[in-house]
Design a binder for this molecule. Sequence first.
Ligand code: SF4
Length: 132
Amino acid sequence: MNENPLAPLKNQILAGFSCHKSGNCCRAPGFVYVTAADISKMAAHLGLAEAAFREGYVRRHKGWEVIAAPDFRPNCFLDEENRCSVYEHRPVACRTYPHWPEIWASEEAVQEEVARCPGLKAAVAKLQKDKH
Ligand code: SF4
């Protein structure tokens, strides 16, 4: 837990962020929402018809389509080496992590994400070091 509030430092933290490829964000117990365009691109990447892709990899959740949920494909498309097997065509949600507004909406959420993500943790550490 960082002692000083991190949420107000959002822009500085994100400017220093780089992905450390831990796969922790992909394995977090949440939902990976997808659009029809995301499905189309991932299906083509895997050489599947969209119907077959939906059959194997998609579930509905509250009216949305998801490719991972806490009780459905919790490791999503991560392979044994922590790589996303649809990386070039990963959903918008994955491309925009960790810029999600909900991460930065509360100090509690930021602290939780920094504890999960080594890239964010390193960005915070660098910022704190530069200040001293
Ligand atoms: S689609 Fe790929 S990048 Fe997105 S959560 Fe799944 S494994 Fe991770």
